[in-house]
Write a protein that binds this ligand. Sequence first.
Ligand SMILES: Nc1ncnc2c1ncn2[C@@H]1O[C@H](COP(=O)(O)OP(=O)(O)OP(=O)(O)O)[C@@H](O)[C@H]1O
Length: 254
Amino acid sequence: MVTLTLDQIGARYGRRTILEDASTPALKGGVLTALVGANAAGKSTLFRRIAGQMRGTGAVRLTGATKDDLRYMPQDTAMTAALTVYESIILALKQGAGGWRLSASELASVDSVLQRFGIAHLAERQLPELSGGQRQAVSIAQTLVTRPKVVLMDEPTSALDLYRQYEVLEALRSYAAETGAVMILALHDLNQVMRACETAIALSQGRILASGPALEVLTPALISQIYGIESRVERCSRGCPMMIVDGPAVPRSA
Ligand SMILES: Nc1ncnc2c1ncn2[C@@H]1O[C@H](COP(=O)(O)OP(=O)(O)OP(=O)(O)O)[C@@H](O)[C@H]1O
């Protein structure tokens, strides 16, 4: 089984400490894990540390996978290259190695991600012509085409419409279940987290306040602490947990 454990991760930009002693129990593969926290809490910085793009204290421990099996999809992905969607996914698959000849199984992988993320109809379109939501779906497909075992995605649904958010989260869930990959998604929509993610990590000012089953982490007390928002978690008529926002925990002065 693939697992990822954070052991006292720290990170700084210059003299500014951004992450301190960020630790988690072993995060299991096969399910989605949400990384939640307010703007500037340090979510992207934590991803950069896990992906090895930044140095710092502490250790990232993997079992059942190596750093080579990890893919990180940052928040903003530029798509200015004069490539079609199809070519860009082949490029992500090849990553400069092994020449340009594609095996039957590689061709099948490209077709599979195009189908899975609902972008097969865009295969011949040029990247710079895509809408924001289309770019985001292509970026997800590029990230998963190599079938990585450890996946970090920074706000993968932020540009998607309601239908696509649902479709993409379901596709990510099925990818995790099928491959056993550890998948950590930074998400701001806590209802998405409750619906799609089994586990959650809550980050506040560079420290992990809680990690574990999503519904146990996302308590009204924790939401108040990290976002300053009064909320309730109630079951809808179909039995799904929903977060209802009541307003600021402490009214902001005008
Ligand atoms: N390259 C950088 N140089 C200096 N400071 C940075 C850099 N990148 C981020 N920071 C600072 O680190 C802190 C954490 O930023 P980070 O992007 O990790 O937050 P985040 O939780 O991902 O936020 P958001 O939800 O707004 O995307 C912020 O105060 C930010 O200004």
